[in-house]
Ligand binder design. Structure first.
Ligand SMILES: [Zn+2]
Ligand SMILES: [Zn+2]
Length: 267
């Protein structure tokens, strides 16, 4: 099975990405990585949704609105795409104040695809919930239910890096077993019903061996997602051209999860 779509790539428009993260640089390396489709998913807080004045995320998201993210569509006009398909989506956000996703219908209609993370807990979760670890896990479970129940869930293509707490101050894999099998099943069955895919984020696996990749404990809950009938997307979550090649981990992951072409959502 070949993975030909990288559906989670940040350009320099994301404030956490490097200036070298240009469409040109990504296009240059795509053929070597076996890709025919690049999915641009810069960070987005849709400005139709009140940003609130939470210190945690306001400074990060306030410049990253819809018109900002859409600049990539202008940039491609002066770039040779070398026959590649470039999709312009976004990594939008879960809003814990409104208990909903920070996405309007207008943005959902314009974007080629939408990723929503349940795990940007370094920004979206009160710091007091880091401990006990169970509170952190519970926050992500609650967030996921609210994401899936959103009136705009129909625009969500995939759950980005599910349950993989970003910038966690302790080993984030300790959180995986704090979510029960039935909690995972409830979530993945609902995602399947709503045709929302589960992203397999390859960013932790740059330059890792197949054995190291296969040993990761997260495949246990990805296996539950597969049993529930979910489909998967792959994303490098690159923020720099040098990390684009982590998508090569997809082959080992597909093997450990016994994925076939039918398990992959192709846009
Ligand atoms: Zn993310
Ligand atoms: Zn990302």
């Amino acid at each position: 099975m070949k993975i030909t779509q990288d559906l989670h790539m940040h350009t320099h428009l994301s404030s956490c990405a490097k200036p070298e993260a240009t469409l040109e640089a990504y296009i240059r390396q795509a053929a070597e990585l076996g890709l025919d489709t690049l999915g641009i998913a810069d960070h987005l807080w849709d400005d139709k949704i009140p940003l609130g004045d939470e210190d945690y995320w306001r400074p990060f998201y306030s410049p990253q609105n819809l018109s900002h993210v859409l600049k990539a569509r202008e940039e491609i006009k002066s770039v040779d795409a070398k026959g590649l398909r470039i999709l312009f989506g976004a990594e939008a956000e879960y809003d814990p104040v409104r208990c909903d996703i920070a996405l309007s219908d207008e943005a959902g209609e314009i974007l080629d695809f939408v990723l929503i993370p349940n795990s940007h807990t370094h920004m979206m979760m009160p710091k007091s919930l880091y401990e006990p670890y169970q509170a952190h896990a519970d926050f992500m479970v609650k967030a996921t239910h609210e994401i899936l129940k959103s009136a705009r869930a129909k625009y969500i293509t995939a759950l980005a890096h599910p349950f993989d707490a970003v910038a966690c101050p302790y080993d984030k894999s300790l959180l995986y077993p704090l979510i029960s099998r039935s909690e995972y099943e409830d979530i993945f069955l609902e995602a399947k019903e709503k045709s929302i895919a589960i992203e397999i984020n390859t960013s932790p696996f740059l330059n890792k061996t197949d054995e190291e990749i296969k040993r990761n404990p997260k495949w246990q809950f990805f296996a539950i997602a597969k049993e529930c009938g979910c489909r998967f997307t792959f994303g490098s979550d690159c923020h720099h051209p040098a990390s684009q090649r982590n998508i090569l981990a997809a082959r080992a992951i597909a093997e450990v999860l016994s994925l076939t072409d039918n398990d992959i959502l192709v846009l």
